[in-house]
Design a protein around this ligand. Sequence first.
Ligand code: ZN
Length: 247
Amino acid sequence: MKADASAQQLLLDLQKLDTTAAQLDHRERTLVEQQELLALRTRIQRIHDEHVAAVVIAADLARDQARADADVEQVRERSRKDQHLLDSGTIGDPKQLQNLQHELQSLARRQSDLEDVELEIMERVDGAQAAVALLAEQHAEATAQEESLAAQVDALVAEIDAQRQVTIIDRSELASRVPADLLALYEKVRADHDGVGAAHLHRGQCGGCRLQLPPNEIERLRAIEPDEVVRCEECRRILVRTAESGL
Ligand SMILES: [Zn+2]
């Protein structure tokens, strides 16, 4: 393939722009802030799930406590009635009186047992409510952090986008000045070689694969007309010759 040396040299500028575009894409894909945001969102989801579970536990315990309160109250009420009956002096039968006193003692034991249960549940309710409050606080904190981080990511992506737009415009303008067949070759080689289609031959070294060309290869290139498109023997990229090529 033949192309003016100046047209071949345009490929080096085109390559620079394509490399810049690839770097911008890579930068956007690997933004540290973006990774942090994803990790934070996973954390927020976990806190949310834990909060939901803690609320359920606290509600269950609150029901248990209401039941325990009612149990204690029922026994107290029964004791009050019995005590009242005893104090009224209306029971004359000694057997009946003894039964009533026994019942009062048994009710007192029952009340004491139920109050122990009630106290234990109250402590668990306190613990559950504290867990709910702590998780709600963590959720609010993490959500505020997410908002600020998301804004940072948006700003960085917008900045990258703006640079990309400039690169796209410059590239399009430059590509329009490269002969179609040379551009097609460049695109094909670029697609097959990690995004690098054109390499500068600089002081005898291929800018694509970094190979220092052997003297016989330099000799061969020296004999080739400037408008002949040459490829690196090693990496097959288009080898662009300039005044700094060392030929
Ligand atoms: Zn090479």
